[in-house]
Design a binder for this molecule. Structure first.
Ligand SMILES: Nc1ncnc2c1ncn2[C@@H]1O[C@H](COP(=O)(O)OP(=O)(O)OP(=O)(O)O)[C@@H](O)[C@H]1O
Ligand SMILES: [Mg+2]
Length: 367
């Protein structure tokens, strides 16, 4: 699968641009703030119907404009697919495949798998468990439709159960049967999500470790472990046991919405001990493992978006990463870099076809 051409209208800092892309390696080079990351984000939009960075669609429309259009021609199993996305102020987002509008955006997820590696990923290490659950969801949803629907159902039931708990407000006489109805309903998607997350992380760990050792051979030992309250106890039992606590707290204190992934380096928590370069290596290895996983599940090579990936890496790690991703195991790749000469010198040493786009505040040149 690859993106053959991309056109943007009023998307962030671009008023109107069009570009023809290489099926292998595309590099966007230019100064800070010229819009390199924005182009990667536009590609992310076409694949997953949303920005990787900003969940508020209208903020991605060029300031003072009314609408934005992103269009791309993808080659999928030898067949051209025209993907169209338009965002308009005060209107719903419109998403089309070959001129036919999707009834639900969820139907598009998984058709064009993508993996983004960005400096923003550091939140996976530094922030709370919410970020790590988002990571799990975004990866698994790209290959498992039931998982995506289960998450939507779970969140809806969780909101209903929480509202019910809030409405009780400490009164002793409330409908306990109703609470039990919520319990029995929520465990259905909850148990399935738990099972799929467990299977996913189990399979991901060896691939992830192998990528880490490939980028930083024999230096550090890394680990990743899925943590869930459902590991040792039955979900329905847990909900029943914690009813009194939930009533006091006025929200559901147990469930897969409390899941986490524990990230470790040499047996210690990443956040507390790892250097910035080690953290970045960890994240790149994790994302490359995600690539392999989706590739295997969907039987198609996801598009790989590498934003500012070289920052904080020493020269040997940069070369090693480029060597890994330019291997034929990977498909189409998009890389951003501020230093054109450095980018060119690294790519010239590799044996892969590439195209460089120089971006300035005025123009995009294919050079
Ligand atoms: N809605 C918007 N309308 C107009 N311009 C926008 C909008 N959103 C972002 N921008 C502009 O996009 C530019 C940032 O683009 P981007 O982050 O892609 O730069 P970059 O080339 O990746 O820079 P760096 O090398 O620093 O990462 C900024 O100048 C910002 O003002
Ligand atoms: Mg950038």
């Amino acid at each position: 699968m690859n993106l053959e051409s991309l056109s943007l209208l009023n998307f962030k800092n671009f008023n109107q641009v069009e570009m023809e892309l290489s099926p292998r390696i595309n590099c966007f080079v230019g100064d800070n703030g010229v819009g390199k990351t924005n182009i990667l984000d536009a590609i992310h939009y076409l694949c997953l119907c949303k920005s990787y960075f900003n969940p508020i669609d209208t903020q991605n429309i060029t300031h003072d404009e009314e609408f934005s259009v992103i269009q791309g021609e993808f080659l999928l199993g030898g067949i051209k697919n025209e993907i169209y996305c338009s965002i308009q102020r005060n209107k719903n987002k419109v998403f089309k495949r070959n001129k036919k509008e999707y009834e639900r955006l969820a139907h598009h997820i998984g058709l064009l798998p993508v993996v983004m590696i960005s400096p923003e990923d550091s939140v996976l290490i530094t922030e709370g468990s919410d970020e790590r659950r988002k990571f799990l969801n975004s990866v698994i949803s790209q290959y498992d439709k039931v998982y995506l629907d289960d998450n939507i159902a779970y969140n809806k039931l969780l909101a209903q159960r929480n509202k019910f708990l809030k409405d009780i407000q400490g009164s002793r006489h409330f409908d306990r049967d109703m609470l039990q109805v919520y319990n029995e309903k929520i465990v259905i998607p909850g148990n399935r999500i738990h099972h799929i997350r467990m299977e996913f992380t189990k399979k991901l760990v060896p691939i992830f470790r192998s990528y880490y050792n490939n980028i930083a051979p024999g230096v550090e030992e890394v680990d990743l472990k899925y943590q869930s309250q459902l590991e040792k106890s039955d979900f329905l039992e847990l909900l029943i046991q914690t009813v009194e606590k939930d009533i006091i707290m006025q929200y559901t204190t147990t469930g897969i919405h409390k899941d986490d992934i524990i990230l470790k380096l040499n047996g210690h928590h990443m956040k507390k001990t790892a250097s910035q370069g080690q953290q970045k290596t960890f994240l790149v290895a994790l994302k490359l493992a995600q690539f392999d996983f989706i590739r295997e599940m969907n039987n198609v090579r996801p598009i790989l978006l590498l934003d500012d990936v070289f920052d904080k890496f020493d020269e040997s790690r940069v070369r090693q990463i480029i060597k890994i991703v330019t291997d034929s195991h990977f498909g189409q790749i998009f890389i951003t870099h501020t230093d054109e000469q450095k980018m060119r010198s690294i790519l010239n040493d590799m044996n892969a076809e590439f195209k460089i786009f120089r971006i300035t505040h005025k123009d995009i040149l294919n050079i």
